[in-house]
Design a protein around this ligand. Structure first.
Ligand code: SF4
Ligand code: SF4
Length: 335
């Protein structure tokens, strides 16, 4: 595959790998494909041998002394991860968890890592990517309503639009001028948005935020039961190949070139004194605790189970220790 962003979206991944298009609103299986994350496959291999998920591969990069990748017990804090990477190189920082484009902003370094945490990018708080993440929805909608000149560039470069799906961010921006049926008419063009952020962080010449406007509209419409039109024909845009975004160009545009350094895998014997394991790290229902405060537990022991009538996942202890607190997390202290 070429080094373009976004590459992980399953519609794009399946098209790049097989040349087949998933129907709008459909699943890879509709065209005989299954998309599985590599680490998930690794964990399925372990599960087949009755080994539960108690560790996670984490990469820490950005403004840290020694960018690196390591395997760590689930439930250690972001602060522990920073220490394993030598600590932050700036005093005031924030963390993007899950990537520069789609990651979540984290400012509380006591936040625990879960089985879905993967990459932590540490950036100074005055970095443009952090400042943008701190804008309120109300402010970005107010600015977007007054400043969008409908130049169409967000749509021109939208990866899902280029693949032929009905996502038209400049029309969704127009929805900011309306309420009621007209709002819904324009907002419907957001239903296929994958929130990749190309429109906001790369395409828009006015630094507006069509991605967040689309994401907000999509959630509202999904809550009303509206879904993408499955019968719509999907045709790849003839200019798609010339409009894809090279990762190196995107890295420069985001101001991340100084942080684009190797983060090699390191072996670590890090033994945390405490882990805080969330009961909900997955889609569906939270796990229900099956241990009590002061119970002794061992690594790999079941500590949260899922009701037979609910969809969810079991949770296991990641260290040997004693249960100290149970709320939305199970806190275990070593020894
Ligand atoms: S690129 Fe920006 S200014 Fe142009 S239509 Fe999209 S949101 Fe509006
Ligand atoms: S975030 Fe923007 S560019 Fe990405 S899919 Fe949504 S509308 Fe398209």
């Amino acid at each position: 595959m070429s080094d373009i962003y976004p590459a992980g979206d399953e519609f794009i991944l399946v098209y790049e790998a097989t040349g087949k298009l998933i129907p709008q609103g459909g699943l890879p299986l509709d065209i005989g494909c299954v998309v599985v994350n590599v680490e998930t496959l690794f964990n399925i291999g372990l599960a087949a041998n009755d080994i539960p998920v108690t560790e996670k591969f984490i990469t820490v990069t950005g403004a840290v002394k020694s960018p690196c990748t390591f395997k760590a017990p689930i439930g250690i804090s972001f602060d522990d991860c920073l220490k394993l990477a030598g600590g932050a190189t700036v005093r005031d920082f924030a963390i993007l968890s899950g990537g520069a484009m789609m990651g979540e902003l984290v400012t509380d370094i006591s936040t625990p890592i879960t089985k879905t945490t993967a990459g932590l990018i540490v950036l100074p708080v005055d970095h443009p990517l952090i400042k943008r993440r701190m804008l309120s929805q109300e402010k970005l909608e107010r600015v977007g309503a007054s400043a969008c000149d409908q130049c169409y560039r967000c749509t021109d470069l939208c990866p899902r639009w280029l693949l032929g799906y009905q996502i038209i961010p400049h029309e969704v921006m127009r929805s900011l001028q309306f309420s009621g049926p007209r709002w819904e008419q324009f907002s419907m063009k957001a239903l296929n948005c994958i929130e990749c952020n190309i429109c906001s962080l790369y395409a828009c010449p006015e630094d507006l935020d069509p991605k967040n406007v689309c994401a907000h509209a999509k959630r509202e419409l999904f809550a009303r039961g509206l879904r993408p039109d499955k019968s719509r024909q999907v045709d790849v845009h003839p200019f798609r190949s010339g409009r894809q975004v090279p990762t190196a160009l995107l890295t420069r545009k985001l101001g991340l070139a100084p942080f684009d350094l190797p983060a090699p895998y390191i072996e670590t014997d890090f033994a945390p004194q405490k882990v805080r394991i969330p009961l909900k790290q997955h889609a569906g229902s939270a796990a229900v605790p099956v241990v009590s405060v002061n119970d002794k537990v061992v690594r790999g022991q079941l500590i949260g189970d899922i009701s037979p009538v609910a969809l969810g996942a079991k949770v296991h202890s990641s260290i040997d220790g004693a249960v100290k607190l149970i709320d939305n997390y199970i806190t275990i202290v070593r020894g």
